[in-house]
Ligand binder design. Structure first.
Ligand SMILES: *[C@@H]1O[C@H](CO)[C@@H](O)[C@H](O)[C@H]1NC(C)=O
Length: 510
């Protein structure tokens, strides 16, 4: 019934400087891949999209920030289509059994990257599990176990450290997939923005006092739909790929700097060599043409004891965790080349995303078109490159107290104040959620079946009949949603149990 809004990780800016490392920070990461065969995939609501293997594995990545002797927050990013209230409840139960009241619904936020290529069936509301033919225990358990273990890891890794924030624009990893609908916004509002989608990436960088950088996460809006609705391999899509690229990048970089470390035994050069080389002079000249490296301070002594200690320390070193989180991606598509008709190859109808009046033929194209693996890699790499750039240049340190706030809001009867011309205002009320006919049209990232059209404000008699067999919306509900015609009155459907949690379904799918 209730949409929960969680604004965890409110790291308030303030003038008080605690110390260089003002927080305890801890990172964790654990596998959540789940069943890789015979399970419907979450996202496209396509009953025929059944998992049959793995493109790459999925992970839960956890970040804990605590004030010594003070409050703490947990943020978990899942390589999953979305978080689930039921999963969260179970995870909180497990955390309570381990840690008492340290981690509760108040200070634990779990988010999903919106990949459309992960196993489904782990949410409790009917709407989300229709195509998976109900609840899938294996999907659910893999998520709960993996999230719990990643939080435990982060908890056990807590060390003094500091956090830096950085922001920047990434222009080529997302486009508006409903540009005609966007034009329905008042010109005065549109003029406030440079683009018709949000292009900003915000990154947090975590630096351990002892080990240096240990992780980062960022928010950037683009759908997890580089992999198509016919793909059957489990994948973290572009954001899961970006996370892997960044973690690999960091490990490779630190491995390289370790090799050059002063602990290494210098290579001995045989004195025979100079005598067999007659071009000694030329080689010297060539060598002098290279710029010398700045080198490393020579204060550390190289001893066997130190090398052993160093190897042990290396084993303690926390793994680098990098998460690519989802944010306001509502209409942002990674299929940046635009939407085209698969029969003729011409761009789809601008206002309805149709081809010759047909919805099923219109598909968005990623930058690797026609190879969706390549599109996933490219969009992942673009986010990865931007994140590395922001990571390397992050200099603004977060200071102040850790706090969080969590509240339940009933979106089915919310009062909203709308400003009117001449300074006056009007108070209006929301109503229970409902899906319009246009919802079933899907989007250009994955068109729905059965001739539904985007931008439909009339509906169709056949589907209206089907709808009425399930639940006929009353006059009040119809008027409240007008001019959007109601296909499924999900907010008022309770049989055999609740169809919706209001969360996803209040978005305006007109
Ligand atoms: C889309 O709809 C608008 C408003 O009805 C109309 O002015 C415009 O010409 C249409 N564009 C196309 C390409 O059909």
């Amino acid at each position: 019934m209730w949409l929960w809004i969680s604004l965890v990780l409110v790291l308030q800016y303030s003038k008080t400087v605690l110390s260089d490392s003002n927080y305890l920070i801890g990172m964790g990461s654990y596998d959540i891949t789940g069943p890789a065969a015979d399970v419907n995939m979450m996202g496209y609501a396509n009953t025929e999209q059944i998992a049959s293997g793995i493109h790459f594995r999925l992970r839960a990545r956890s970040f804990i920030v605590a004030e010594p002797q003070g409050k703490r927050v947990v943020f978990v990013n899942l390589d999953a289509c979305m978080a689930s209230q039921l999963v969260t409840i179970k995870v909180l139960e497990r955390l309570k059994a381990r840690y008492g009241n340290l981690y509760t619904e108040q200070n634990v936020a779990i988010s999903g990257i919106h990949t459309h290529a992960g196993p489904g069936g782990y949410l409790q509301y009917v709407v989300y599990i229709v195509t998976s033919l109900g609840f899938v225990r294996q999907s659910f358990d893999a998520l709960v176990d993996g999230i719990e273990k990643s939080i435990v890891q982060a908890h056990e890794n807590l060390q003094p450290g500091s956090i830096f924030v950085n922001k920047g624009e990434l222009l080529d990893a997302g486009v508006n997939r409903s540009p005609s609908a966007y034009l329905n916004n008042p010109a005065s509002e549109r003029s406030k923005y440079t683009y018709n989608v949000d292009k900003e990436m915000t990154l947090l960088k975590f630096v351990d006092d002892q080990w240096g950088p240990v992780g980062s996460f960022n928010w950037f809006a683009t759908h997890g739909t580089s992999m198509s609705r016919t793909n059957s391999l489990i994948s973290g899509d572009n954001k899961g790929a970006a996370a892997r690229f960044m973690e690999d990048w960091f490990e490779q970089n630190s491995a390289k700097s370790d090799e050059l470390g002063t602990d290494e035994i210098p290579r001995r050069v045989s004195s025979i060599i100079s005598s067999i080389h007659n071009n000694h002079h030329e080689l010297l000249e060539l060598a002098s043409s290279f710029q010398s490296s700045p080198g490393k301070p020579a204060t550390r002594v190289s001893s066997a004891a130190r090398r052993v200690r160093s190897a042990l320390r290396q084993a303690d070193k926390p793994g680098f965790v990098s998460a690519f989180c989802q944010t306001n991606c509502g209409d942002v598509s990674p299929n940046v080349l635009g939407a085209f008709c698969i029969d003729t190859g011409v761009p789809c109808d601008f206002n309805h995303s149709t081809c010759g009046g047909k919805n099923e033929l219109c598909y968005g194209r990623g930058p690797g078109y026609p190879d969706e693996f390549e599109s996933t890699r490219i969009i992942g790499e673009r986010q990865f490159n931007k994140a590395v750039d922001l990571f390397n240049t992050a200099s603004e340190q977060l200071k102040g107290k850790v706090d969080y706030c969590h509240s339940y809001v009933d979106f089915s009867q919310l009062e909203v104040t709308i400003p009117k011309e001449g300074g006056a205002s009007e108070v209006v009320k929301t109503c229970p959620a409902a899906m319009g006919f246009a919802f079933a049209a899907g989007t250009t990232d994955g068109p729905g079946a059965f001739d539904f059209k985007q931008g439909d404000d009339k509906g169709n008699p056949f589907w209206r009949l089907v709808r009425n067999l399930l639940k006929t919306p009353d006059k009040k509900q119809v008027e409240c949603h007008s001019p959007k015609p109601i296909l499924l009155d999900t907010g008022e459907m309770k049989q055999p149990y609740d169809w919706a949690d209001w969360n996803h379904l209040t978005r305006g799918f007109l």
